[in-house]
Ligand binder design. Structure first.
Ligand SMILES: NC(=O)C1=CN([C@@H]2O[C@H](COP(=O)(O)OP(=O)(O)OC[C@H]3O[C@@H](n4cnc5c(N)ncnc54)[C@H](O)[C@@H]3O)[C@@H](O)[C@H]2O)C=CC1
Ligand SMILES: O=C(O)[C@@H]1CCC=N1
Length: 371
């Protein structure tokens, strides 16, 4: 059964089957289409497609076998904070089939019992004790609100070893902030994911801390790629990423809602209008990613001279659609920066840290002279 076709790559079999077919003309330009093959293959749980050396049919089709390369994730993952983003990541990871729910633990205070109940439903191990998460994990994800980062880092610091990787997804909190709250040489990674990770269509960017080791970036990329697109960036880009893809799903849900409202206004039933709106965004995004054509060109291709779309577009531009989107990304980026700036200087130092800073000050200036 042919499931779908892209350029000259043809998928064969239902989604669980383990092969793709590349036609000969594509093979000669395989480097050019390798990204497309990889993206498409990843959707089918393939990370490193292996190309057969000989054609498998008279028509010159080659097999790309991808099933063996999708290895299971051998590590234990712990979430400090069991809320929306932690659950989105956990669900995405579990649904990939690469990691079992029994290898994921999540913590949340007793007062937030609803998060614990939701995680139990997912099959995760749960606890109210953050240090238990550290004892039972190789990768520890700080998935709490920025305001709680100081408290949870002080709780987990005594239990943390250098064999563990700490991944912070907290809004605005810099790597230096986190490193300053943990034992020296802690391996810290800052990640900005987004909620579509739950359906393995996330977009994440990550930046590596000063004590990270060779191979840590690959571990993080492997984990995040399991739930969508993942890219390493310099830390200075994490706030802008937050403004765009971290916060962006909320803009796009609003866009879907607005389009659907429009559909309802002109007579469509609500549920159909929502489906059509969602598929429209999904299809447009897929075209941008899979064709590599600039979105402006794809937009132009929809707008026939004097046709309907240019009339709709005129309305959107009269309302300043692109300007508003630019403003939204900028405002959210600034908010992320401001959260980080406000968060650290004093509030984010725990008592232990304060003591250490005082000790260091005294050691460098034993007579307490004014410097
Ligand atoms: N929701 C989103 O789309 C995204 C969120 N983030 C970031 O992820 C972090 C979590 O956000 P959400 O999941 O949306 O929030 P949430 O409110 O759904 O979850 C926060 C979790 O932290 C727990 N918590 C509070 N105090 C705690 C403590 N002392 N120890 C352990 N757990 C504690 C809460 O019980 C809750 O389970 C935030 O820093 C946010 O900026 C990042 C990217 C996207
Ligand atoms: O709005 C927030 O605070 C979080 C960070 C990025 C998306 N949601």
């Amino acid at each position: 059964m042919i499931a779908s076709e892209f350029h000259s790559i043809t998928f064969v079999g239902p989604s669980t089957s383990a092969y793709l077919i590349v036609r000969r003309p594509c093979l000669s330009a395989l480097t050019g289409c390798f990204d497309a093959v990889s993206n498409a293959a990843r959707e089918r749980d393939c990370r490193r497609p292996v190309l057969s050396e000989t054609p498998i049919s008279d028509s010159g089709q080659f097999l790309i076998d991808y099933s063996p390369s999708w290895s299971s994730i051998k590590m234990r993952i712990g979430f400090i904070g069991a809320g929306k983003m932690a659950q989105a990541l956990a669900r995405g990871l579990i649904n990939s089939g690469r990691i079992g729910a029994e290898n994921i633990i999540a913590s949340s205070p007793k007062r937030d019992y609803q998060f614990i109940d939701q995680c139990k439903t997912l099959g995760l191990t749960t606890t109210h004790d953050n240090s238990e998460v550290v004892h039972k994990s190789d990768v520890i994800v700080l998935a709490v609100k920025p305001i709680h980062v100081s408290k949870v880092t002080s709780e987990i610091a005594p239990a943390l070893s250098r064999e563990q990787l700490v991944v912070s997804i907290a809004l605005g909190i810099t790597i230096r902030n986190i490193e300053s709250l943990l034992p020296t040489k802690s391996r810290v990674v800052r990640v900005m994911p987004n909620t579509p990770a739950v359906v393995r269509a996330g977009a994440s960017a990550f930046a590596m801390g000063s004590a990270c080791r060779d191979g840590d970036a690959e571990i993080v990329k492997d984990l995040l790629s399991t739930v969508g697109f993942a890219v390493e960036v310099p830390e200075v880009q994490i706030d802008p990423v937050t403004g765009l893809s971290g916060s962006g799903p909320s803009y796009m849900f609003a866009a879907i809602e607005g389009l659907a409202d429009g559909g309802v206004k002109v007579g469509l039933p609500r549920d159909l209008a929502i489906k059509l709106a969602a598929h429209t965004l999904y299809g447009a995004a897929k075209m941008v990613l899979e064709t590599g054509v600039h979105p402006a060109q794809l937009k132009d291709d929809v707008q026939s001279p004097g046709g309907s779309s240019i009339y709709g577009m005129h309305k959107l531009e009269t309302g300043g659609l692109k300007g508003i989107l630019i403003d939204a990304v900028e405002a959210a980026t600034n908010r992320s920066r401001a959260t980080g700036d406000k968060a650290l200087p004093r509030d984010f130092r725990n008592a232990e840290m304060e003591k250490k800073i005082e000790e260091e000050k005294t050691a460098s200036n034993p007579n307490n002279q004014l410097l």
